[in-house]
Design a protein around this ligand. Structure first.
Ligand code: FE2
Length: 281
């Protein structure tokens, strides 16, 4: 674990702590979340837990049952990305569950919302925004424009609120650009989708915590969550192969972000990469 920090002598009652869990993949990802999250949240004194869940159901998509299980494990807001509709029932589930987000830059009329205003048990407002990149991905609306609209909508309800943006994108450049685009305008910009945790967590000059990719909560002895053999075979011979979720070496990848509720700026970002054995009972 590594800590990027700008903190000085803040009163701890002015600090709110967010845990953002990187892409939860299949049953191995759900299981390690169930086992590790309570202790992780307790030791870090977490006020709000957010996770990207677009691959939580069978390795692709999200279902009502899986979403409700993840909520029971302690996840309060769920973000997604390009796999959000892989399980068709997500189209109806998202209408009943406003804490499940889809990328805000889907065209008008698509079910669901791209932002949610949560509150901590102390009543502190925390906005979450989900957008998707367009480089090497489906060409949705411009995330750099849409994200500002969603931030404005949150601020029209709560002028002073902590805001975290999940930019679900393939290209490092697009995520870095989003970080600089929103520096000073939101509390945190975190990248998801590649399933590989990057070591570039930082606090940008105007107070926004940033990481290019939070990583994957799922089986790490895999090719980004999928069993190695069929993926390797396809790379070698180009023939179709059935891809299944791997099982080996489940790990939880996340970041803990601390923020000052007076300025809504981040004071630290800490990277987490844990196996079950790393958590003391
Ligand atoms: Fe994705």
């Amino acid at each position: 674990m590594k800590l990027a920090s700008m903190s000085s002598c803040l009163d701890m009652s002015d600090i709110v702590k967010l845990l953002f869990i990187g892409d939860i993949v299949g049953k191995p990802g759900r299981e390690i979340t169930r086992r590790v999250l309570p202790e992780l949240a307790r030791t870090h004194d977490i006020d709000l837990v957010i996770a990207n869940v677009e691959n939580a159901a069978g390795g692709n998509g999200i279902t009502r049952d899986v979403g409700e299980s993840l909520r029971d494990y302690g996840i309060q807001v769920m973000t997604t990305g390009n796999h959000v509709w892989d399980k068709k029932e997500a189209l109806s589930y998202i209408l009943d569950e406003p804490r499940l987000l889809r990328p805000a830059n889907y065209p008008k009329g698509v079910p669901g919302q791209g932002h949610f205003l949560a509150r901590t048990t102390q009543g502190i407002p925390i906005g979450v925004v989900n957008v998707m990149g367009r480089i090497f991905m489906n060409p949705l609306d411009n995330p750099f424009v849409v994200v500002e609209n969603d931030i404005a909508t949150l601020r029209s309800t709560e002028e002073k609120c902590i805001i975290l943006v999940d930019i679900h994108a393939e290209a490092t450049s697009e995520k870095k650009a989003m970080g600089w685009h929103l520096d000073g305008k939101v509390t945190a910009v975190v990248g998801t989708h590649t399933h590989v945790q990057t070591a570039d967590e930082t606090i940008l000059p105007h107070g926004t915590a940033y990481i290019t990719d939070v990583g994957m909560t799922g089986p790490h002895d895999s090719i980004i969550g999928v069993s190695i053999k069929p993926v390797l075979q396809r790379f070698i011979n180009g023939l179709p192969a059935r891809f299944d979720t791997a099982t080996g070496n489940p790990r939880l990848n996340a970041v803990v972000i601390s923020a000052d509720i007076n300025t809504c700026h981040a004071t630290s970002i800490e990277r987490i990469d844990l196996s079950e054995e790393d958590i003391e009972p």
